[in-house]
Design a protein. Structure first.
Length: 161
């Protein structure tokens, strides 16, 4: 689909900017919605910090999804890679019950969900600052985004551009 838009005259940079704007708007909407919905179940002292942590999770996994989408041709493989990694990483490995007993904690710290999920938990349940975790999550997402943008740009480049 994007290749057809490029052939019709759109530049890859315009398409990347549109994809990034849509990604950021979706992340903000979903993290705000979930953050406000969670208030019905528990009273948190730092709801804004929790929403920022949720936004970081969305940003990192959104950038991971862009990377997978630019690497794979078919949708099914991409969806499976994204859903399975998100389920295993954030659902199991970043869970404090599993993480505290894990033998290879160093490997778990290099997964995409480590920094943003730690930030969300710290902001939700403590008064500690999570600026370094948010910075690390932004850096992790930015690296994934940069790699995906480079791959996308070169795959979408035509002889006319």
């Amino acid at each position: 689909m994007n290749k057809r838009l490029i052939i019709c005259g759109y530049s890859p940079i315009d398409l990347l900017a549109a994809i990034l704007c849509a990604l950021i708007l979706i992340i903000i909407f979903i993290s705000t919605y979930v953050g406000l919905l969670i208030l019905f179940f528990h009273d948190y002292s730092n709801v804004v910090g929790l929403m920022i942590g949720l936004s970081m999770i969305g940003f990192v996994y959104g950038c991971y999804g862009l990377l997978v989408g630019s690497l794979l041709k078919k949708e099914l493989e991409g969806i499976l890679m994204i859903v399975l990694l998100a389920n295993i990483d954030v659902g199991w490995l970043q869970n404090p019950v599993f993480y505290s007993q894990a033998e290879n904690q160093t490997f778990i710290q290099y997964l995409p969900g480590y920094f943003p999920s730690q930030s969300a938990v710290i902001q939700a349940f403590t008064d500690f600052s999570s600026k370094s975790l948010n910075t690390s999550a932004l850096l992790y997402g930015a690296i994934l985004l940069l790699i995906s943008m480079i791959i996308y740009f070169f795959k979408m480049k035509t002889s006319r551009n």
